[in-house]
Write a protein that binds this ligand. Sequence first.
Ligand code: C5P
Length: 307
Amino acid sequence: MYARKAGTVWEVLAPAKLNLYLDVLGRRPDGFHELETLMAPVRLYDRLQWRAAEAGDDSEFQLDVQAATRMPQHVIPADRRNLVWKAAELLAREAGIAPHGAVTLSKRIPAQAGLGGGSSDAAAALVLLSAAWGFDYPAARLQRLAAELGSDVPFFLAGSTAICRGRGEIVVPVSGIPRLEVVIAVPSEGVATSAAFAALDAPLVAERPAREGDSALASLIARLRRGARASAGRRMFNSLQRVAELLCPAIRRIGTSFASVGCCAHILTGSGSAYFGLMHSARQARRVAALLSSLNLGTIYATATCR
Ligand code: C5P
């Protein structure tokens, strides 16, 4: 994730993510859940732009949200509840200044979909406003701010495929995984992350449970690295899928449709409601996306991981 400047406007692209593997190890005493997940950024982007306030405009900070997909206003607020606004306030407080200028957030990533749109926007806001306001903080300082904003925000700030542990904020980048072609299906009904975790009824664990070695995840990563998609697909997994299917019955219908198209694997991402298939090729992705689009399952994207 990086900021570029065109004229007087700073801009950052905020990718979505997919969970290729998501194991919920248990509920923690702090109410969060201990996770082990493999996340990859995908080529579906929100865009954040920053402009200086116009002369004579004394309002401190402005946020304008332009939604490209169908998104209820209550899900994407354009005020202090938006993570972009929270990121602006947090960064400004850290620097001892007042947040200023106008941010335009152009949304393409569906909300309540497990695609990480809000978290990615928050990470992008930290990068955008650091550049626009002229800060040069070390990565570790921004990572600390990112973790305060949400469990997935540090992953987006790190900017590559990564294993994430803890509540998601402990990020270990994973290199060498080739681009993966995927088809994503997003039903019109979303799933709230907190509702999915609450419905899981996971057993209480200590904050850092003793690990038996990450054999399942390590074996998935090894297969992805050598391009063995079919056997990698058999190791993809999401602990939240069962509860998400109960909260949003459309997910099961999408899964049945993916099962009939012959992809390498198909699972839920995050807490849903988006669901994706790992494809053998870009050609298959385009063909499957066209087929699924004709079935009225929701919004369908043929896309690929970033790296
Ligand atoms: O950290 P974030 O604000 O994205 O989390 C949203 C909600 O998802 C939390 O309030 C919590 O209910 C749930 N969650 C969890 N365990 C995690 C991450 C999120 O229980 N590791």
